[in-house]
Design a protein. Structure first.
Length: 501
């Protein structure tokens, strides 16, 4: 078979987007989108209403201005908005259609878009539209940027052109273009890992490379393979306090600050924690996906009760793998675990609403504290639910199997077979792994509320751990994870297996 060249790709691509820096001082990017081979009487253009990784509506269309549609003679074509983010174009059989608009890119976080005099940072899911029913067609994105700019992106790039096989891949491929980007590349087995830093880079790059390699290897062992040849960490290091990460198929964007904290252990460990979490998503949600999100529907809410798997299991493994890979010692792990416990015990919502219901409702108020006592966090409660399942499996199999095996089954039996997973399938794989029933676990920990602590206390005890409450000087209750003083051999044995110690 003849190898596809870039020239052939451009020729074949029916969707050609050009992104330019139209007004950096006021943070506007310009978009010119040429749609080829459009012969229908009308077509519908949809801008995503949300982005994967944040399961709530973002309404990106509020950032669009100066929208117009022209034919290849430069004449205006009629259009009409039919929803808040869908445009109907009366194209009347035109072969080529040019859509133009400006997008307000003034939000600097791991999932948004930002432009100024120094950089063009774009999450295409925010600002590029698709033709309804033509999402599967190949795409070229041309960047009109200064010649000194480098480009950090998971998509193949050449001469300021990015190539995507379809809209899903484009939507999942954020990029940073800037003259000040730094790049470090290293190898983990067959995969090339790229660190890109926009802002102050890590002062001890060798340490970061060594720690990253260690946790990647443990994650890879769990699933049996690292399913990409290249993986990109796009680090945005900001001058102010910030912590945000977003996962993608072959990359992640991590925004952290303040940059003055680089010398501080806590800051470095936080970067490792968020990076390990985002890398785990490479399998858990970017490949292992709830059936109701396969494929994503960018035009509306994609409800799912499974946030305790895609965020909870990921939050659990993100930190635990740093312990299991010896990047962290147990006291570092305790510090992070204490924060989860604290958030759990500070939230009266745990008596009122299950983690499954809270997952469904992320579309309503998942990313704000919300009304007191209403709901729980899929991250925190999901993490504790994953811990409980992991230790139940370790106990039931005397340390021979654990959540790792159930997650690997999900990977092999769903992603590798091209399907999404369900709650029932996850439960089946847990039960298959431990040869025990998970009926009451799902009734009480996942679908119930108020009973999780009974399980938590018991499983922690199984590995020789417990938690205590201490009053601080302000009279607040602080909760702390502790190793119990007199533990038996069975507890010590499971503790060591659990933590890879
Ligand atoms: Zn996550």
């Amino acid at each position: 078979m003849m190898e596809t060249t870039y020239a052939m790709f451009i020729f074949a691509a029916n969707m050609h987007y050009k992104i330019f820096i139209s007004n950096p001082a006021e943070h506007f990017i310009g978009v010119e989108w040429l749609i080829k081979n459009e012969l229908k009487a009308t077509l519908e253009l949809q801008l995503p209403a949300w982005r994967p990784g944040r399961y709530e509506l973002a309404n990106y269309a509020k950032n669009i201005r100066l929208f117009s549609v022209k034919n290849n003679k430069g004449e205006n074509i009629l259009f009409k908005k039919i929803t808040k983010d869908r445009w109907k174009v009366f194209s009347e059989g035109q072969n080529e259609i040019l859509v133009q608009y400006e997008y307000y890119a003034n939000q600097y976080d791991a999932g948004a878009s930002f432009v100024d005099e120094q950089q063009l940072y774009v999450n295409p899911v925010n600002c590029l539209m698709y033709v309804v029913d033509r999402m599967g067609e190949s795409i070229v994105v041309e960047l009109d940027i200064p010649s000194s700019y480098k480009i950090a992106c998971q998509l193949p790039a050449k001469d300021k052109l990015l190539y995507a096989q379809n809209f899903d891949q484009l939507a999942d491929s954020p990029f940073v273009a800037s003259a000040s980007l730094t790049q470090n590349t290293f190898q983990v087995d067959e995969t090339r890992i790229h660190f890109w830093f926009q802002g102050v880079p890590c002062p001890d790059m060798n340490q970061l490379i060594s720690d990253t390699s260690s946790y990647i290897k443990v994650q890879k062992e769990i699933f049996g393979d690292l399913p990409c040849r290249e993986f990109h960490f796009l680090y945005l290091i900001l001058p102010f306090q910030f912590r945000h990460g977003v996962e993608h198929t072959d990359s992640t964007v991590i925004a952290m600050g303040p940059d003055t904290e680089w010398g501080n252990h806590a800051f470095y460990n936080d970067i490792l924690a968020i990076s390990s979490h985002e890398l785990f998503h490479l399998w858990n949600v970017k490949r292992i996906r709830p059936a109701e999100m396969l494929p994503y529907d960018f035009s509306k809410e994609n409800y799912s009760e499974l946030g305790y798997i895609y965020e909870g299991v990921t939050t659990y493994y993100g930190d635990l793998i740093l312990l299991r890979s010896r990047v962290w010692n147990f006291s570092q792990y305790q510090l992070s675990f204490n924060k989860v416990l604290q958030k759990h015990f500070d939230n009266p919502g745990r008596f009122n609403y299950s983690v499954a219901q809270s997952s469904f409702d992320t579309w309503l108020d998942g990313y704000v504290p919300g009304v007191k006592g209403r709901k729980v966090s899929i991250y925190m409660e999901g993490m504790l639910a994953a811990l409980i399942a992991d230790i139940m499996l370790l106990k039931a199999t005397n340390g021979n199997a654990r959540l790792d095996q159930a997650m690997k089954l999900l990977y092999e039996e769903t992603f590798k077979k091209g399907i999404g997973y369900t709650k029932e399938l996850y439960k089946t794989f847990l039960e298959q792994t431990g040869r025990i029933s998970f009926d009451t676990y799902f009734e009480e920990v996942i679908d119930g509320s108020g009973n999780i602590e009974k399980y938590l206390k018991r499983v922690l005890e199984d590995i020789g751990l417990t938690y205590i409450f201490e009053e601080n000087s302000e009279g607040e209750q602080n909760v702390k994870l502790l190793k119990m003083s007199n533990i038996n051999d069975a507890q010590q044995y499971l503790f060591e297996i659990w933590g890879g110690l």
